[in-house]
Design a protein around this ligand. Structure first.
Ligand SMILES: Cc1ncc(COP(=O)(O)O)c(C=O)c1O
Length: 387
């Protein structure tokens, strides 16, 4: 087995140095418990940033993926593919969406939604009504356009000039109205993840949905981080009683294989025609077989369990010394401590617990099937560290 120092040396020598990594490498695990190459076990409160919904080494998911691998690993989008259409059908039946476009990542899912919104508006109103309104504090991806649509200057440094066509607003209707003069769409994350685990105010989201509807401006919900059961509902927008026109998903959709999806609802379902959009790997049958295994298990019963786990973790965290506030929804948990979140994460790691950060917030996104023992183990370390 290669030890950490050699892996680290190879990383520093051969990989673009785009990540600030913690000093640990993993070689296996089960559920929310990961095995380090150092021989230690770690409780995983990060799930590969909301990807490993059913943890690692999930037997049901592995069987589904392996069965597909034994058949065929890729077909081009010139041809039909059963796992692809089955996953799309499942997503539509679960959510009320009418069609799905598959890509490979969250950024690509958002690119697709933005293109769809622009075409919808162009076909109805002609050129000039093409702005995407995005909220300050949002995160929508790292491609040049989704980076533009990310309402955080910290991510913009060095990468000018941007594509244009994005207006920024605060999370209140007056601000959105000021930005929406030439808008075809408003994009929101119901719970901003990278921005600091902030749930949008319920009244604002309701007013926004009504404003968008009245003005035929499309409402795009970026559910890349907060979707797929993470908040205790299939999609986070369901907590708000609103209906979006486009929804984007990625991260955990295929249980750990690259995938992204843009879901088209009633208004937008026929916006694209052949040739408008595409992706070589989009709808890959192996990724989609993994996706069927994940999505088919996000049942109402399972989501109730997620709500129970979330209530348990939140109640415990609120009682810990050093915790000023606990934000987010469900198992998308932001812990506000007034201390450096990075330092907290480092101390947790030393004690065998993986947590994430978002600015000055300690962020927890555990696998949704995390066990009571794993929760208790991780929470007892957090309690010590935060005290
Ligand atoms: C809300 C949101 N949108 C989009 C993205 C981009 O996803 P990806 O990294 O798969 O491109 C992320 C990634 O963290 C995200 O949290």
């Amino acid at each position: 087995m290669t030890d950490l120092s050699e892996i680290k040396r190879l990383d520093e020598t051969y990989l673009a140095q785009t990540y600030g990594r913690y000093p640990v490498a993993f070689e296996g695990g089960r559920g929310a418990t990961l095995y380090g190459v150092d021989g230690r076990e770690y409780v995983d409160f990060g799930a590969g940033i909301a990807v490993n919904i059913f943890g690692v080494n999930d037997p049901e998911w592995k069987d589904a993926v392996k069965a597909q691998l034994d058949k065929i690993q890729h077909v081009s989008n010139y041809y039909y593919s059963e796992p692809t259409v089955r996953l799309a059908e499942l997503l539509c039946k679960k959510t009320g969406a009418k069609r799905v476009f598959f890509g490979n990542s969250g950024a690509e899912a958002n690119e697709c939604a933005f293109k769809a919104a622009r075409k919808y508006s162009f076909m109805k109103y002609g050129a000039g009504r093409s702005d995407i309104v995005s909220l300050n504090g949002s995160f929508h991806g790292r491609t040049l356009f989704t980076l533009t649509a990310t309402g955080q200057d910290a991510f913009h440094k060095y990468f000018d000039p941007f594509a244009g066509g994005v207006k920024y607003a605060d999370a209140n209707l007056a601000s959105v109205k000021r930005a929406a003069g030439s808008a075809c769409a408003v994009v929101i994350e119901c719970v901003q993840g990278e921005g600091g685990v902030k749930e949008l105010p319920a009244a604002f989201v309701k007013e926004l949905a009504a404003f968008c509807k009245d003005n035929d401006i499309l409402l795009i919900c970026d559910e890349v981080q907060c979707g797929l059961g993470r908040t205790g509902k299939f999609f986070a927008y369901e907590h708000y009683g609103v209906l979006p026109d486009l929804v984007t998903v990625a991260k955990g959709l295929a249980g750990g294989l690259p995938i992204g999806g843009c879901l088209f609802y009633d208004k937008t379902k026929d916006v694209f025609a052949a040739g408008d959009h595409g992706s070589t790997f989009g709808g890959n049958p192996v990724a989609c077989a993994g996706g069927i295994s994940v999505v088919s298990r996000l049942t109402d019963e399972f989501l109730l369990e997620v709500q129970g786990k979330a209530a348990y973790m939140r109640a415990k965290l609120k009682g810990f010394d050093g915790v000023k506030d606990v934000t987010g929804m469900g198992l998308m948990i932001g812990i506000h401590t007034g201390r450096s979140a990075k330092e907290v994460a480092q101390k947790c790691l030393e004690r065998g617990v993986l947590v994430l950060t978002a600015h000055d917030v300690v962020r927890l996104l555990p696998p949704l099937n995390i066990t009571k023992n794993e929760m208790d183990e991780g929470l007892s370390v957090l309690k010590e560290v935060l005290k």
